[in-house]
Write a protein that binds this ligand. Sequence first.
Ligand code: TYD
Length: 143
Amino acid sequence: MNKKLHSIADCKIIQLGKHYRPNGNLTAVEGGNKDMGFEIKRVYYIYDVPGATDRGGHAHKELAQMLVAVSGSFDVVIDDGKERKTITLNRPYYGLLLQPGIWREIKNFSSGAITLVLASLPYDEHDYIRSYTKFMEYRNIRR
Ligand code: TYD
């Protein structure tokens, strides 16, 4: 089986709509093709992250996700086994689309940061690749 694997170039920042009002702003996200190309099956959020703590450190085989810094800021490191880059999320109206098969780490959480994650599938531990060595094997990359 020769499955096409995504590269980090497929992980894009999506500008979400911002409804500005004098009494506060509102951003809405819709599943399907409009904002992200997948239907939302699960929502979770990461909060109360202690200083100098990293999250992530895994890849998913099938799961696509969109990450939004709904409060505060953090850095997302994305890696396809050949290239790696860091994207800072610090606005609630930008979403980072993470495709399947991409290694990710989330670092440098600001105080009070909240990571909203919109996911294409229900939680399944079997979908995780939690070791970087196994990730490189999955991508068929030899170092
Ligand atoms: P994990 O995805 O490893 O967190 P992170 O990538 O942010 O470091 O999940 C942490 C724990 O939460 C793990 O024990 C599984 C559990 N969990 C669920 O039960 N449901 C979920 O939807 C998610 C994302 C995690």
